[in-house]
Design a protein around this ligand. Structure first.
Ligand SMILES: [Zn+2]
Length: 250
């Protein structure tokens, strides 16, 4: 309800483009708090291109590799994700973070405060995934996060990726696509689409497509919304007096 109040208050005001776009993001955030990808999620080519003069939309992901995935495979998956997100005008930076407190000093970049464009990626092994209600048939899940909130989380279950690898699909590319799918849930909410990377269930044909080195893309609408969502997170509008008053009253 807190965010519905903020939306209702802002919707009555004259809004600049950024504020209006960000308010749209708030509507999406009213949907259930978690979304998931099932094993079984086709592509549509993205024609939106961005130039050097377009505003910079950048996400930083702090990666907690609980699954112990080797660094070369992880880097390969991150590269897959980079490519997909770059096509929609979003840059990404990846920061490896410690999975235990013992060596946290070796990762100073993970100690700094997190902002609204900093996301937390957890890659879980089976032993950790089974403790979560999302693990039965999904590749991962994500927190649906208001654009004013820092450190939003997404999680991928590596044992599910491994199961697909055992059936001949490419683990690194599937993991990269799954990460991007969950990033989109963080940014846009739990909705899926009938096509592309945001399909709820990837078919064997999709998995083969991915494994052949091809890409599941976002629709044009999704591409626009994603970039806008990152820009909102980059410069979230400060609450104004009326909005604050409504929040308190409710
Ligand atoms: Zn999903």
């Amino acid at each position: 309800m807190r965010f519905r109040s903020l939306w209702l208050a802002t919707s009555k005001k004259t809004l600049g483009t950024t504020k209006f776009a960000c308010a749209i993001g708030l509507i999406l955030s009213l949907q259930p708090a978690f979304a998931r990808t099932s094993l079984t999620d086709t592509p549509q080519s993205v024609v939106v291109k961005y130039t050097a003069t377009s505003p910079k939309a950048k996400l930083t992901l702090r990666v907690y590799n609980y699954a112990g995935l080797d660094s070369a495979s992880l880097a390969s998956s991150e590269k897959v994700a980079d490519t997909i997100l770059k096509d929609v005008g979003i840059e990404t930076a990846w920061v490896d973070c410690p999975v235990s407190g013992r060596n946290s000093r070796a990762y100073p970049a993970c100690e700094s405060p997190m902002g609204t464009t900093d996301l937390v990626l957890r890659i879980l092994p089976r032993r950790m995934a089974v403790k979560l209600r999302h693990s039965y048939d999904s590749l991962g899940f994500a927190q649906t996060c208001p654009f004013t909130e820092p450190a939003c989380e997404l999680t991928v279950f590596y044992h599910r990726v491994d199961e697909l690898a055992a059936r001949g699909y490419r683990a690194d590319r599937i993991l990269g696509h799954a990460i991007v799918h969950e990033i989109a849930h963080v940014l846009l909410g739990p909705a899926h689409s009938e096509e592309g990377i945001m399909r709820a269930a990837w078919t064997p044909s999709d998995l083969q497509h991915i494994s052949l080195g091809l890409q599941l893309d976002f629709t044009n609408d999704q591409s626009t919304q994603l970039r806008r969502a990152v820009l909102c997170r980059t410069t979230p509008p400060a609450p104004q007096g009326l909005e604050q008053a409504n929040l308190i009253a409710r």
